[in-house]
Design a protein around this ligand. Structure first.
Ligand code: SF4
Length: 424
């Protein structure tokens, strides 16, 4: 299947034409709307004047994951959503695609160069451990290296990147794209150690004795359970594991008829991925109505373009099958409430069920080391500092789950919070 991309690449000519449409606003609302505050008019102006290296550097100054954010950001509700062009009833500037153009050109160019001179010198005696190698940790680690600190990043999985490697749907961003950014962050001088599980391969006590500050960017826990009969049948998989598996395995077979349970952006990603991987039918079942679906509208449109079907007001009651999945029984719910309608159950036959109910918050890993609330690490959003002044946290483990660009912004803020704590 031909995979239409979310923000397809511009040709160089198209990029220059689009860049020249920008009004290069003073106090640009697009910059204010970006959580990492990329100087959008500045990087666009550099594209217009054919200074692509300068354009990429402008992006990277604010957002070290400028490539991934150009691909996965919900630009419709962030930078492009606030572009002044809307006021003139014109198409907003395609900021995401311009950013992608600048960043991909930069990486294509950089990969033919010697990266040794990117390494930032260590200027301070303090050492920092970053736990997790997702966007928040990568951003925090990169910012700390820019500030002159020695940083070691610990990741339990074999590949770094977190969500960008394992969790973002392939049609938006591939593991190869994520690897480019990780190579860049490694070249800055971040010591990235994969396959090291904190709490097992290295204890928190050991970290505390070896490092002056510890940053937690460990993301969310596993996908929430449905809590209905049949949930453990072969052919039932949670969406996060499903996306990670098809992104990292050479071959991944899906059912001919796949039901995705959930109504968020991850459910949409899974439903589209099922179609891309060969499902003849991919049906998203959501327990509320269409207008209550939490997924972004552009994601919904994207799913429809892929032929994903939607079943509204459907609450799963049980998964049917003995040795494998044969279908899902649903109860009908009333719109606006979650009350089920008596005697209105129905079944959708299928051979695969993907559960996308959202991820649970963490808790067990940290024990009583830090104050938690609702499974999240309690952290000051301005500095990332937690109830223990040696620990900082940002990204999904502290926020409960937001966009990649939010994690980057929060990780950066925590890096400065860590620096302030050393200077206090
Ligand atoms: Fe350009 Fe739109 Fe940003 Fe103004 S708001 S600088 S027109 S992208």
């Amino acid at each position: 299947m031909n995979i239409p991309e979310l923000h397809p690449a511009f040709t160089p000519q198209e990029a220059v034409v689009e860049a020249n449409r920008c009004l290069f606003c003073f106090d640009a609302p697009c910059t204010a709307a970006c959580p990492t505050h990329i100087d959008v008019p500045r990087f666009i102006k550099k594209i217009a004047s054919a200074n692509l290296r300068g354009s990429a550097n402008t992006i990277l100054e604010s957002n070290v994951l400028g490539l991934s954010c150009s691909r996965v950001c919900p630009v419709d509700v962030l930078c492009e959503g606030s572009c002044v062009m809307h006021r003139y009833n014109k198409q907003p500037i395609e900021i995401g695609r311009l950013q992608r153009h600048a960043m991909e050109t930069w990486y294509d160019d950089m990969e033919n160069r010697d990266w040794a001179n990117l390494t930032r010198p260590v200027q301070h005696p303090q050492k920092i451990a970053c736990i997790g190698a997702g966007p928040a940790s990568l951003a925090c680690a990169a910012e700390l290296r820019k500030l002159g600190y020695a940083v070691t990043l610990f990741e339990a999985r074999q590949r770094p990147g977190g969500l960008n490697t394992y969790g973002v749907a392939e049609y938006k961003f591939t593991p190869g794209d994520a690897a480019r950014e990780i190579a860049f962050i490694g070249a800055l001088g971040v010591d990235i150690r994969t396959g090291v599980e904190v709490g097992k391969d290295i204890t928190f006590d050991q970290l505390e004795s070896q490092f002056d500050a510890i940053f937690l960017g460990v993301g969310l826990g596993p996908t929430q359970k449905l809590g209905i009969p049949g949930e453990n049948l072969p052919g039932v998989i949670d969406a996060v594991r499903f996306i990670a598996a098809y992104k990292t395995e050479a071959r991944y077979d899906v059912g001919a008829r796949t039901v995705v349970i959930g109504g968020g952006n991850t459910a949409i990603d899974a439903a589209i991925a099922a179609r891309i991987l060969g499902a003849e039918e991919s049906i998203m079942a959501y327990r509320r109505g269409e207008s209550e679906m939490p997924a972004f509208e552009f994601e919904y449109d994207h799913a429809k373009a892929f032929g994903v079907r939607f079943q509204w007001n459907a609450a799963p009651v049980r998964i049917i099958g003995e040795d494998s999945v044969k279908g899902v029984e649903f109860a009908c719910t009333e719109s606006g409430t979650l009350r089920t309608i008596e005697g209105a159950n129905f079944t959708i036959g299928c051979d695969m069920v993907i559960v996308a109910l959202g991820q649970s918050k963490l808790g067990a890993m940290l024990g009583d080391r830090l104050k938690m609330a609702d499974g999240r690490v309690l952290a000051d959003p301005a500095t990332g500092v937690t109830s223990n002044p040696k620990y900082f946290a940002a990204g999904d483990c502290a926020s409960g789950g937001r966009e990649v660009v939010d994690a980057v912004a929060e990780g950066k803020r925590a890096a400065h919070g860590i620096q302030e704590s050393f200077n206090a």
